[in-house]
Design a protein. Structure first.
Length: 276
């Protein structure tokens, strides 16, 4: 336990150091490195069992899913705006991303979903009613052998945390007030409270798609494993997964896009300072 605590503290220190002196969020980059470190092991597992057809299929599927994740992550809804401060109407828009929560719901969901299995393993050793409950938790909510209950709980946690995170980070009341202060309004919507309500409705609809997409990507490998076990599509009894896990793909793509944005921002800032 002492080693784990010390290692965690060192990683947190390194994360803060990367954030302060490097590019991007240090903690996310450390998680990103940990995810990529597991890729060779995934490939070796497929090669060692001789499942080259499955390896080729999952490689193609991984590339396809990465492309879809990028499109979803970069996609946004343009809410039309009209500004009238200058004496004439100027049209603009307010962007609301489809995937507003990014990779945060995945990280939160993984942290929460691992607790029942750990608690179950502890209770299972005590016997009695607590032992029975512990055995049920360990059997049905284990990441190593996920049941349909685990898959459903994981899906709902990702979706729930998506709405929870966006409700904290996206304040539609403040946005509506800022739009009104600048002399803007949404066509067909009254400024102020009605604008905030409209933006909240748009955000909720987009978040349903974005959060649902994150949840589907997260549980997709588990569903594929269940389907393969039933229909015997590929000659393997182990879990079928992308070259990077479903949740890992979202984290990797999110971190890379964040680094690209930060580099682009720094380059533009450098060019601006040099110009002046």
């Amino acid at each position: 336990m002492a080693y784990i605590t010390a290692g965690t503290m060192i990683l947190l220190w390194l994360g803060d150091l990367i954030t302060e002196r490097g590019i991007g969020n240090g903690t996310s980059i450390i998680i990103f490195a940990g995810v990529l470190a597991g890729v060779p092991q995934y490939i070796l597992n497929y090669v060692s069992t001789g499942n080259y057809s499955l390896l080729a299929f999952m490689s193609i599927l991984t590339v396809l899913v990465i492309y879809i994740i990028i499109r979803f992550t970069e996609g946004y809804r343009k809410v039309p705006l009209i500004y009238t401060r200058t004496g004439r109407d100027e049209r603009s828009y307010f962007p609301i991303r489809v995937n507003q929560a990014g990779m945060v719901p995945i990280i939160f969901a993984i942290a929460i979903i691992t607790f029942p299995s750990l608690i179950g393993q502890i209770l299972a050793k005590r016997g009695g009613m607590g032992g029975s409950i512990g055995e049920w938790l360990a059997a049905n909510l284990s990441m190593q052998n996920p049941s349909w209950i685990y898959i459903g709980a994981y899906f709902l946690l990702v979706l729930g945390f998506s709405f929870f995170y966006v409700s904290i980070t996206f304040n539609t009341t403040d946005v509506a007030e800022n739009i009104q202060k600048r002399g803007g309004y949404i066509p067909g919507v009254r400024p102020g409270k009605e604008t905030a309500t409209y933006l909240q409705q748009v955000s909720d609809r987009l978040n349903l798609w974005g959060g649902g997409f994150l949840a589907i990507i997260a549980v997709f490998p588990y569903i594929m494993t269940k389907v393969n076990a039933y229909f015997n599509l590929f000659p393997t009894s182990s879990q079928i997964d992308f070259l990077i896990s479903g949740s890992g793909l979202i984290i990797v793509v999110g971190v890379i896009l964040d680094i690209i944005r930060r580099i682009d921002t720094d380059m533009k800032s450098f060019d601006y300072k040099k110009f002046h």
